[in-house]
Design a protein. Structure first.
Length: 179
């Protein structure tokens, strides 16, 4: 039996962001049979423009599309910027949604989790990411919810929170793939 490949889209571009560290933690501690790959270079992808999306797709966008097309699941791990998802995550979903109806994200089980220092823990960002991915054709898991406020210190030092994150990953992996 082959591994289940989960591609992670990290909504923060900072190298040492908490959400990047969450992604690295999931990659390191993924359950047996699960491979977690972090999509690199999201900041290199130009904003979606249909005029760029032809025979010569920008290399960074093509790399992302190929990575997600080869994945079994997609997990967004993202903070919240001004009450919504970061532009880099929205842009990634835009590129993955095309061509409409058959984009790389179409039919992929998708969930969004993460942490942010706001009192809401990123809930709005995660809701927006799920909504956008759903419109793009992903099979969105609405029941996988972890919007954690990081105000309490390093949440990755808390075994219970790490366990909850790993549980969210396992729930996404358990989601049946689209036919």
């Amino acid at each position: 039996m082959s591994d289940t490949r989960v591609v992670v889209l990290v909504g923060s571009l900072r190298a040492d962001s908490l959400n990047r560290r969450i992604a690295e933690t999931l990659k390191t501690h993924a359950p047996v049979g699960v491979t977690v790959e972090i999509a690199e270079g999201l900041g290199e992808i130009p904003f979606y423009n249909e005029e760029l999306d032809g025979d010569a797709v920008p290399p960074a966008a093509k790399t992302l599309r190929d990575l997600v097309a080869g994945a079994d699941r997609v997990l967004a791990i993202t903070p919240e910027y001004n009450g919504t998802m970061p532009a880099v995550l929205n842009n990634a979903i835009d590129w993955l949604s095309r061509p409409y109806g058959v984009g790389a994200i179409t039919g992929k089980p998708f969930a969004a989790v993460g942490a942010t220092p706001t009192p809401y823990g990123g809930k709005w960002s995660h809701d927006d990411a799920r909504r956008s991915a759903g419109v793009a054709g992903a099979s969105v898991r609405e029941d996988i919810v972890l919007s954690q406020s990081a105000m309490e210190g390093d949440i990755l030092a808390d075994e219970q929170i790490v366990g909850t994150l790993l549980g969210a990953l396992s729930a996404l992996v358990a989601e049946p793939a689209a036919a």
